[in-house]
Structures are given as C-alpha cells and as structure tokens.
Design a protein around this ligand. Structure first.
Ligand code: UD1
Length: 429
C-alpha cells in the first residue's frame, strides 16, 4: 500500500490549479443514465472515485470514452469524457461495485425513472457515521415507486412510470436531493422538493439536466420544482471547480505561510470557509483567474466553527480546519453537526502533538507552538488530507499510510504541492 512522506517546514509559494469537483462529477456522470444520447463532460478530475463510478456505469451499459491529449492542451487540465447510455443492459448495481463508494447508490433514481425498475445494493463509502438511505426510499416512494429491501439490495419498481409529487426531506441531504431531482426529470407532472440541499454541486447538476432538456426551477434554494419530460437528450457540460479542494489548499497555505494562487477557484462557492480563514489570519483576495491566499509572518488565531449544510461551513473541510487550529493561538471549538463519527482524525493529529479533546459533537483544540512529524494513518478521504496539511507544518518527517483514501478525491496532490515548494513524495509499496 502506498504512503505519503512529508517533510514539514517549507512555505507554499506558487500556483495550484483547482480541479473539477469530485462531488459534482459523480452525479453528473450518473445523469448520463437518463438519456440514450451522449452526455459530454469536460473538466472531469482524474480520481479513483471517478474510475470506480465509470465501472459501475459500464456495468449498466454506458459507453465511456475519454478525449486524448490535444495539441496545446495543458497536462494539468481536467479530462473530457463522453458517456452514452444508448441501452441500459442491466438495472442491477451489485454489492461488489456499490460498496466501494456511497455515491454510486444514486444510480437508483435515473435507472428507476428510465427503466421503471432497479436493484441497487445498499451503499458503502467513507466510514463517517451510519449514513442511512431512508430519505431516498421515502422520496422514491412519494414518486410512486414500490420498494422492497431484499438481501442487502434496494429493489424499486414503478411499472407505470414515476409520477411527480411533493418530496419533503426531514434533513438536508445532498445525495437524496441529486437522486430525487434526477428521477423527477422523467416523471409525469410536477415534483416539488422541499428542504432540498443548496450545495453548488446540486446547482451544477441542475444546470446540466437543464442542458439535457429538463425543466427545473429553484436549484440552489431549499425548494426545487421539476416538470417531468418524456425524454432528455445529450448535452455538453463543464464540471464546476472543486470548492473542497480550494478550501483544503487555502488552509494548507494558512498553515505553512506563503503566497499561492488557487487557479480557477471560485470564492463565491465557499464564502463561509473563506470568512473563517480570514478571521484566523489568512489574507484572501479574488483575482481574475482565481483566489490568492497569503499568510506572512502573523500567527494563526483560534476561531470556532460549526459544520452546516451550504452556505454554512462544509463538513468536508472540518478535518482540514482542525489541522490548522492545532497551531493557532488559543482554544477553538469545532462542532460537527452533519455526521456523527467524523472525528477519527483527532487521534492521528494527536500523534503529531496536537492537543484536542472531544465532548459529544464538539472537539476543543488548544493550539500548540510546534507539531512534530510522526507516522499516521488516513482513515477517510478528508481526514487523510488534514494529516498531510498538518505534516506540511510539522517539524521533521510525517508519513501518512493508507493513502488510497486520498486518491479517491484529490487529483495529483503531491504534484500540486511539490510545485509550490513542499517536500512531499509518494512511497510505493
Ligand atoms: C455528500 C458528499 C459528502 C459530504 C456530504 C455532506 C458527495 C459524493 N458526497 O454526501 O462529501 O460530506 O454530502 O455535505 O457529494 N441522511 C439520512 N438519510 C438519508 C440520507 C442522508 O439520515 O437517506 C443523513 C446522513 O447520515 C447525514 C446527513 O443526512 O447525517 C447528510 O448526508 P448527505 O448530505 O446525504 O451526504 P452524502 O450525499 O452522502
């Protein structure tokens, strides 16, 4: 298993190109199941989760091709992929594939809407809490599906097609919003999603579905209305910039000091996190082609945060922010409200000398002057990158094992950081 070796102490200076968002690319690829025409997606990041989803879609009969490198094209640009689901050959998404990535469960919506049936394994994914699928099941039932759970599979049927209805989510769920929105595009009549997720990735999916002929209003607000259509068609869509990758590198610069342009980043997609980083002492300015993050000389101040659905502070940046707070002046309180088991990085950060104690859903971080490198273990996708960031600011060498978590969601992490002066390398083995 590969590990990543970081020798801390170097400032970050230079340019980091921001990739297309993993969390947008995945539902966008799944949307290809809704039409027999080709969906072309550009700015798709090269990630393990994307490769994994490709395998799942191919199993349903989707033809997948990637553009080769064009003359003059920067090797750092995202890839352009073509997905064509001319015929759905299999409506089962098997356990062996779905268990590796929770988002693959979302195929249930498009498969049911287009083929009137689907059999999808209950999901796996990051170990950050129980992550049930009750909102999906209740939502699809509201659209008229018959649903049974059989031997670890969700079996859904709607022999006469789905019918538009009101779907009220008890709590904001990104995945359930994506899934019901996709299913409703091919239902008859109007669907209203109440308490919908407002995340930028939902807006990106809605924009793509509209380009495919769907009629959707209100994406980005808590109420989304969809007028169902008999069919959708092909389209071309560019994946939105990754706000979590943006926030992660912004926190890395805040931690090490230096001056980095996050090229292609969109500040409007993470205002809450940027506001918090400014309070902590980072200088962040919008430029024509991205966001510039600087921290020169001054220390990091402790700031309290609570994770919330968009536009609040994202749970996917909680671990990285905690890493930053380990070196802040004073005590910060970090409260996690989205997932119940998302503090697994705490004991690993403690191995580097961080002072953190957990009380219920809050972690209290007492900033220490110095972190010291140590061997640590990645436990989930975002936790693993928090260990890399901490390693960049620690004295000596940190080695992060189980980095396959990182490869799920961060494109060319070592390469991007090395180009900015970090001492970081992948050790194969
Ligand atoms: C997505 C993101 C993930 C992010 C999360 C929250 C992708 C691929 N993943 O995950 O990176 O951390 O949003 O912003 O986009 N819930 C239920 N029942 C359900 C569905 C969800 O109780 O049927 C709960 C979950 O357990 C959790 C909360 O709702 O407590 C929010 O989860 P959700 O927004 O659904 O997360 P994902 O879509 O899986």
């Amino acid at each position: 298993m590969d590990s990543i070796k970081v020798v801390g102490g170097a400032e970050l200076n230079g340019i980091i190109p921001i990739s297309g968002a993993k969390n947008a690319a995945l539902p966008l690829m799944i949307a290809s199941l809704l039409t027999d025409e080709t969906l072309t997606l550009s700015n798709v990041p090269r990630l393990r989760d994307v490769a994994q989803l490709t395998q799942i879609l191919q199993n349903h009969g989707v033809d997948y091709s990637v553009n080769g490198k064009r003359n003059g094209q920067d090797e750092l640009e995202g890839q352009t992929v073509h997905l064509t689901a001319r015929e759905i050959v299999d409506t089962t998404a098997p356990y062996e594939l779905v268990s590796k990535m929770r988002a693959s469960f979302w195929v249930v919506g498009p498969l049911l809407a287009r083929c009137r049936e689907a059999r999808v394994s209950l999901p796996g994914g990051c170990a950050i809490g129980t992550r049930p699928v009750d909102f999906f099941i209740d939502g699809l039932a509201a659209l008229g599906a018959d649903i049974e759970i059989e031997a670890g599979y969700v079996v859904v049927k709607a022999p006469n097609g789905l019918k538009g209805a009101q779907v009220v989510f008890p709590k904001v769920s990104v995945g359930a919003t994506h899934t019901i929105m996709m299913a409703a595009t091919l239902a008859s009549g109007e669907t209203e999603i109440v308490n919908a997720a407002c995340e930028p990735e939902v807006v990106d999916l809605a924009n793509c579905l509209k380009a495919m002929g769907a009629e959707i209003e209100g994406a980005g607000t808590p109420t989304i209305r969809i007028q169902g259509k008999p069919r959708l068609h092909g389209a071309h869509h560019a994946v939105v910039a990754d706000r979590i990758e943006t926030g992660t590198y912004a926190m890395a610069v805040a931690m090490t000091g230096g001056n980095v342009l996050l090229q292609g980043a969109r500040g409007d997609l993470l205002e809450s996190a940027l506001h918090t980083l400014r309070q902590a002492g980072a200088e962040i300015t919008e430029e024509a082609n991205g966001l510039r993050v600087r921290r020169n000389g001054n220390g990091i101040q402790a700031v309290d945060i609570t994770t919330e659905p968009f536009p609040g502070f994202p749970t996917d940046l909680q671990a990285q922010f905690m890493a930053l707070m380990t070196k802040a002046e004073g005590r910060s309180c970090i409260t996690e409200t989205i997932f119940e088991n998302r503090f697994m990085h705490v004991q690993e950060l403690a191995r580097l000398g961080a002072q953190i104690h957990i009380e219920g859903r809050s972690a209290f971080v007492d900033g220490v002057g110095t972190l010291r490198g140590a061997p640590v273990m990645a436990t989930d996708l975002r936790a693993s990158v928090s260990l890399v960031i901490a390693g960049l600011a620690a004295e000596g060498e940190t080695s992060v094992s189980r980095v396959y978590h990182l490869d799920r969601g961060f494109e060319r992490l070592e390469d991007k950081l090395t180009r900015c002066g970090a001492q970081i390398e992948r050790i194969s083995g």
